[in-house]
Design a protein around this ligand. Structure first.
Ligand code: NAD
Length: 280
């Protein structure tokens, strides 16, 4: 397994490339995650809202891999339309652990900041307790904006280990990445392949792929890795699951990176997913 590890700000090592399971039905998750673990992935990204923690947990149990070889991430879903209370957060976390059949996760994330609910600082204080208990080795956030990270810093003790955000060449998040670097927060890219849509068909991407004799997906994953991003590409197709891990035998040149950087620079950058300012 050639996947490099990223050292998080709490000292934990996280594989730089993992396997994401959004939109994988629970009944299919055991096979899909099993295929990924067999292929050599050691990091799995799920969430309570994906509804596939149980299938993921079955695959992990069936893999025969030692627990310390695996890095399992799950996420606290957006609460009811009122604020989350401490006990509700702890119950949601217990429920995720039970479905995953684990006594701890490696990373637990607040899925969305929901700034209109004004409760993420309180949730984060419960995450600090969860981290102190050892039931999550690391805790972090997802979809947090610079202002949200500023509030966490001003009103709590622990710095999130990770912020998992939409990030790909069409939405490169330059400003947010600079904030992460300043605060010591690792950048994790969701929809790293732009959900396998337009991005992988752009001539700028396919030309680089042809030059290296690699696929467009592999070129985009290299762009992330060479920028230092943690990535969690998703596929349920065994050949693509393996292809997305087979990205350590070549390197993009500086000119390739610059060409990919140009795709979403400045005003050209656009999201595929929801805007965290409004998503509830
Ligand atoms: P992705 O960018 O990983 O794209 C996945 C899609 O790309 C696949 O469904 C397939 O259609 C295509 N694809 C995959 N490999 C390919 C290949 N080798 N060649 C051609 N096409 C290929 O999109 P994603 O699933 O949205 O994101 C990855 C993971 O990020 C998710 O599974 C989930 O774990 C996480 N995520 C988190 C959030 C969040 O709010 N925190 C939001 C979205 C996704």
């Amino acid at each position: 397994n050639q996947v490099p590890a990223i050292k998080l700000n709490d000292g934990t090592l996280m594989p730089q490339l993992g396997y994401g399971v959004w939109q994988v039905p629970d009944a299919e998750a055991e096979r899909a995650v099993g295929t990924a673990l067999e292929a050599g992935y050691r990091s799995i990204d799920t969430a309570a809202i994906y509804g596939n923690e149980a299938g993921t947990g079955k695959a992990v149990a069936a893999s025969g891999l030692a627990r310390e070889e695996l890095f399992v991430t799950t996420k606290l879903w957006n609460g009811p339309k009122q604020k989350w209370g401490r006990d509700q957060v702890l119950r949601a976390f217990d429920d995720s652990l039970a479905k995953l059949r684990l006594d701890h996760v490696d990373l637990y994330l607040i899925h969305w900041p929901r700034p209109m609910r004004d409760d993420f600082v309180a949730i984060w204080k419960t995450f600090e307790e969860i981290a102190a208990s050892g039931r999550a080795r690391s805790v972090g956030v997802s979809n947090f904006r610079p202002a949200d990270l500023e509030r966490i810093a001003a009103e709590s003790e622990l710095v999130p280990a990770v912020n998992q955000v939409e990030l790909h060449p069409l939405f490169p998040q330059a400003e947010l990445r600079a904030v992460h670097a300043e605060r010591g927060i690792a950048t994790e890219a969701w929809s790293p392949l732009g959900q396998g849509k337009e991005l992988l068909t752009l001539p700028a991407v396919t030309a680089i792929a042809d030059k290296h004799g690699r696929s467009a997906a592999q070129v985009v994953l290299r762009w992330h890795l060479q920028h230092g991003n943690i990535v969690i590409p998703k596929s349920v197709t065994p050949a693509r699951i393996r292809e997305n891990l087979d990205v350590f035998g070549f390197e993009l040149e500086a000119g390739d990176i610059a060409a990919l950087d140009a795709l979403g620079a400045g005003a050209a950058g656009r999201r595929i997913g929801p805007d965290p300012a409004a998503f509830d």
